[in-house]
Write a protein that binds this ligand. Sequence first.
Ligand SMILES: Nc1ncnc2c1ncn2[C@@H]1O[C@H](COP(=O)(O)OP(=O)(O)OP(=O)(O)O)[C@@H](O)[C@H]1O
Ligand SMILES: [Mg+2]
Length: 456
Amino acid sequence: MKGKLLVVDDERNILRVISATLKKEGYEVEVARTGEEALDKFSTNHADLVVTDFKLPGMSGVDLLSSIKSISPDVPVIMLTAYGTIERVVEAMKRGAFNYLTKPVNPDELVAVVKEAMEKYRLIRENLALKNQLKERYSFNNIIGKSQAMQEVFNLIEVVSKSNSNVLVTGECGTGKELAARAIHYASSRSNRPFIPIDCAAIPEELLESELFGHEKGSFTGAFDRKVGQVELASGGTLFLDEVGDLYKSLQKKLLRFLQEREILRVGGKDRIKVDVRIIAATNKNLRDDVDNGRFREDLFYRLNVVGIHIPPLRERKEDIPLLANHFLEKFNRRNNKSIKGFSSDVIAIFLEHRWPGNVRELENAIERAVVLCPIDTITLNYLPGHLKQLKEKEDACDEFNLTEVEKRLLLKVLKKTSWNQTKAAEILGITRRQLRTKMKNLRLLPNIRQRSSSK
Ligand SMILES: Nc1ncnc2c1ncn2[C@@H]1O[C@H](COP(=O)(O)OP(=O)(O)OP(=O)(O)O)[C@@H](O)[C@H]1O
Ligand SMILES: [Mg+2]
């Protein structure tokens, strides 16, 4: 069923024609002959859309419109008028009518307007549902996720934020590792002290030590002044060591020493300084592998990974995609002063199908681009970046294969898999060996000599 409609008119014939037209389109249709009856039916038995005549005995169409809007402001109401007096129409539109049609009603026009209104109503309802979900429980310090995996991440963040343990956040690029680190910091008692991120992969080896631990004046060429390092600056707060898997061996040792003793030594300095910072590290590598092949110190790995939080790639938690998409739509609507309402259903389908190698960041970028480019109130395929659109084209291209082509591909695939063993291939395909041979002959799939020998 496409949705439930309520049609109101005092003329029996008109009611019959309109409901027949709409039923043929797959809608469930209820009818009423007065405004009072319509209101009664609407309050007990909600409808997704109302079509009503202006002129009704008793309560007028416009009053019915107002009453419906006060019960359900989002339900579209379409007005029918025999004499298109402009004042009436303007009044109805002011009170929130979706559109109006003049009698006698043209069935095609009616169907088109109803369809348009239902699509708009669907978007509004979907957005509302998503917004409520976001408000309820699927958001934790700006991190969005309703999947089981993300709910577990939220729980872990909450638990570790109450402690001072070191945390290692792992996950592919763009999965939200830094966001999780910030959430831990801001949920902790350190939240009014600094959160300082350091990208271990971006700073050259010779500078990183002084960046982390600081240096004394004259400790090396170019050290004109004393510099306080980031570890010290983060005192009382949290130091976020991003891309920790890329930390140079020499610094791995120094970091380990700091973690053990909680004291730093500035480059060129003599005195050890006590510093209280919480360390959260992140990596998109498999650090355990790096430990196994000697690239990362095992003792440091265990020190950092007191609590491990793994954020799964987006393709493994597709149920988060609609929520995230809506979250980013609102974010970029706000930023660009726009009010785009939602995504067309084929866009959502592509979002759900894409593998998102760049994870949430890739989705965020795609939506930012679409919001900037899209001049209408629904984001359609046209506004997706090329590589996402191609997904759809590839699919469409598949539809163009004829059956023979598909059969040929399938046979080849199975034959290759079985090293051209026809008995095995026939078994996999669920046909007899004889049928397989006939198909191969018709499709001119001839095993070469080597393949024939292996099929014995
Ligand atoms: N669950 C989420 N909810 C809302 N926004 C998210 C979520 N996950 C990621 N983002 C957003 O995606 C972008 C990338 O997130 P972030 O920088 O935390 O990823 P990362 O794992 O640190 O990536 P990289 O490995 O590339 O450094 C950010 O703009 C972030 O706000
Ligand atoms: Mg990051």
